[in-house]
Ligand binder design. Structure first.
Ligand SMILES: *Cc1c(COP(=O)(O)O)cnc(C)c1O
Length: 384
């Protein structure tokens, strides 16, 4: 299904803004539900990808849980109506107030990333007379083959418990009375397009499960995190990621023990394609070897190109003239404020409406007020 731009209506609105195709979002969520559901897998949506109210409540209504990485995300998930039993809380640096918030609300699970954290959760839970459910986030040392800023499952990364520490962790667990081991948790990175990385993850999880079982431990839940990538090059022809192959791979390769549940935490793949950043061309100016199309959106609205050298497809929605090449840049005082170099666009001029595609994940949520710019607004296909 293609993203639908109601160009005439969008052209009336003050730019820049995010525009969400709610039909595409719903079709994507349906696909996740169908494919994960066919194996009985449970999916928690990674709130950090996009916590916009409408997006979040649509995902809640579709029946997914919430994967949170901060106290405020936990709060937001609960306020949105995700039940506490569907809220899991990961993060390498949980502050005491964030842990207390999770304890007070009896969230489903804390994904614990170190022994000191485990001890603090135990201590805070003891003060409340509670037993916290925890999953061990294990660093599987699997290469996600993605940008190094979004690789999280290598031993050199700050995330998770390394394998050499596991013996100490289970010793600690045996002593700590206010934490209960609920699961094993993994997350190897983001924007993973080669399913072989997930295959490597499955094989590592199988090995680790054997190790736990040899220590008489068989947690109820195996959580393999998120990371499934989207096609930034072809947002229309592959608007819905191949969830079928993704879940099938885990079904085939990951050896669950009797009674074990398999959980996922998808972010980008659920919301990435349903959003676009809309912007208008302010000026076109000639550079030395290039023409600059200077648009009214900047890296404060969408930071991914500047932060991760990320590619986003750029389209001119209002010109159909013969094409030329442009560097599409924003107004912010940083040379990294560039959405694309040598982009093929129909001849572009002041006032043209530009769409920066595949911006539904890690777009609006990462917007900031650098240069004291306003935060971008959001509009939805079913309200326009
Ligand atoms: C970011 C994150 C996710 C989601 O990653 P995507 O690539 O957006 O699917 C899942 N789990 C954890 C722990 C995360 O930090």
């Amino acid at each position: 299904m293609n993203f639908n731009f109601p160009v005439d209506s969008l052209n009336q609105l003050q730019t820049p803004f995010y525009f969400y195709d709610m039909a595409l979002l719903n079709a994507t969520l349906d696909s996740v539900k169908k494919e994960a559901g066919s194996y009985g897998f449970k999916v928690h949506y990674a709130v950090k990808a996009n916590a916009n109210d409408r997006i979040l409540s649509t995902i809640k209504d579709a029946g997914f849980g919430a994967d949170c990485v901060s106290g405020n995300e936990v709060k937001k998930a609960l306020e949105t109506g995700f039940g506490a039993s569907g809220v899991v809380f990961a993060g390498v640096g949980k502050a005491d107030w964030e842990i207390n918030l999770g304890l007070d609300n009896d969230i489903a699970c804390f994904n614990v990333e170190s022994i000191p954290e485990l001890e603090i959760i135990n201590e805070l839970a003891e003060k409340k007379g509670k037993v916290a459910k925890v999953a061990l986030r294990i660093n599987p040392n699997v290469n996600a083959n993605t940008h190094h800023y979004i690789t999280t499952g290598l031993e050199e990364n700050k995330f998770g418990i390394n394998q050499w520490d596991l013996e100490n962790v289970i010793d600690a667990l045996a002593k700590l009375k206010n934490v209960e081991l609920e699961g094993l948790h993994f997350h190897i990175g983001s924007q993973i397009t080669d399913l072989m990385s997930f295959k490597d993850l499955c094989l590592r999880v199988n090995e680790l499960q054997k190790w736990f079982i040899s220590h008489q431990i068989c947690p109820k839940v195996v959580n393999v995190g998120g990371g499934l990538g989207i096609d930034y090059e072809q947002p229309d022809s592959s608007s819905i990621p191949d969830f079928k192959s993704f879940f099938k791979l885990f079904d085939e390769l990951l050896e669950l023990k009797p009674g074990q549940e398999l959980h996922f935490e998808l972010g980008r793949s659920m919301v990435g394609q349903c959003g676009a950043l809309l912007s208008k061309v302010l000026y076109v100016k000639n550079g030395v070897n290039t023409k600059f199309a200077i648009v009214d959106a900047g890296m404060s609205d969408l930071i991914r190109p500047a932060l991760y050298q990320a590619y986003h497809k750029i389209e001119n929605l209002t010109s159909n003239k013969p094409s030329a090449k442009y560097d599409v840049v924003g107004p912010i005082c940083e040379s990294s404020d560039c959405f694309g170099k040598a982009v093929d666009l129909p001849e572009t001029g002041r006032g043209d409406l530009i769409a920066i595609r595949s911006a539904g994940a890690y777009g609006e949520i990462m917007a900031n007020r650098y240069n004291l710019r306003e935060l971008p607004l959001a509009y939805y296909s079913d309200e326009i």
